[in-house]
Design a binder for this molecule. Structure first.
Ligand SMILES: Nc1ncnc2c1ncn2[C@@H]1O[C@H](COP(=O)(O)OP(=O)(O)OP(=O)(O)O)[C@@H](O)[C@H]1O
Length: 263
């Protein structure tokens, strides 16, 4: 499989604290990997570095764009999003007062800079693209079995549906690579089962590479092809779910925390 994302020796210092230390990893096209580790291990900081929210102290991040590996260091969040990376956050960040449909359409407009003039002048091409966006957004909602909620306010959705809507909105930007930061946090078992299916479905449907941060080990073991394990900012293991579950270093890192982590 061809590499889509290549990270080498990534380090991030916050004052005297090294939150991420010399991390190298890669993600292949269409691959689903997970990033796990105890609280404070540096997982979210890695997402922030990869998506341009934080600037690396050192190291390189490269993404395949039009067949060539392009350096992302120093690029803005918006530029990185335009190059095909999208994410969801640990805390839900929907536009509460907008409808479900509008939340998805907002995701689409973030890529539509080229239509600005038509939009301002309200040219026919604007209406055509507006209608196209509507059709596309409804198709996306249908994939998530959420069409019936299209006109409801996002804040009226159940918690699990809100999390799924965040994923739908992230997909509206047409990413090649999607980062999911604890998508199952706060979900009940039924919602988690739905989410597992949803992630499998979108990965196939969009031939999408996914990087997942998740504390729910059942979800991780079911979905991930490869797993990277972090502790105190350093990578301590990489392998298949079976390899990770039997890795002494990983078991030690989790002891004293949640003993049932691999139950
Ligand atoms: N902006 C920041 N300024 C200072 N320290 C930070 C900042 N962001 C993160 N940290 C610190 O970096 C370390 C790694 O945090 P991070 O949130 O990346 O861990 P995590 O693995 O995502 O944890 P969790 O599983 O609890 O979400 C922590 O010690 C945290 O306090």
């Amino acid at each position: 499989m061809a590499e889509l994302l290549q990270v080498e020796d990534l380090t991030k210092n916050f004052g005297g604290l090294t939150a991420v230390s010399d991390v190298s990893l890669h993600v292949d096209e269409g691959e689903l990997i997970a990033l796990i580790g105890p609280n404070g291990a540096g997982k979210t900081t890695i997402f922030n570095l990869l998506t341009g929210v934080n600037v690396p102290s050192s190291g390189t991040i490269k993404l395949k764009v039009d067949g060539k590996m392009e350096l992302l260091n120093g690029k803005s969040v918006h530029r990185i999003a335009d190059l095909g990376m999208a994410r969801t956050f640990q805390n839900i960040r929907l536009f509460d007062q907008l409808t479900v449909l509008d939340n998805v359409m907002v995701g689409m407009t973030s890529k539509k800079h080229e239509g600005m003039l038509a939009e301002v002048l309200r040219l026919p091409s604007f209406y055509r693209s507006e209608n196209e966006m509507y059709q596309e957004a409804m198709k996306l909602l249908a994939l998530f079995k959420m069409e019936e909620y299209a006109d409801q306010k996002a804040s009226n959705l159940a918690y699990g549906e809100q999390r799924r809507l965040e994923i739908a909105r992230a997909l509206a930007t047409k990413p090649n690579l999607l980062f999911l930061d604890e998508p199952a946090a706060g979900m009940n078992p039924n919602e988690t089962a739905d989410l597992t299916q949803t992630i499998q479905m979108i990965q196939k449907e969009f031939n999408l590479a996914v990087v997942l941060i998740e504390h729910d080990m059942n979800l991780v073991m079911e979905l991930a092809k490869r797993i990277y394990v972090l502790e105190y900012g350093k990578l301590i293991a990489e392998g298949t779910p079976a390899e990770i579950q039997n890795n002494e270093e990983v078991i030690r890192a989790y002891l004293g925390g949640d003993d049932d982590v691999f139950a």
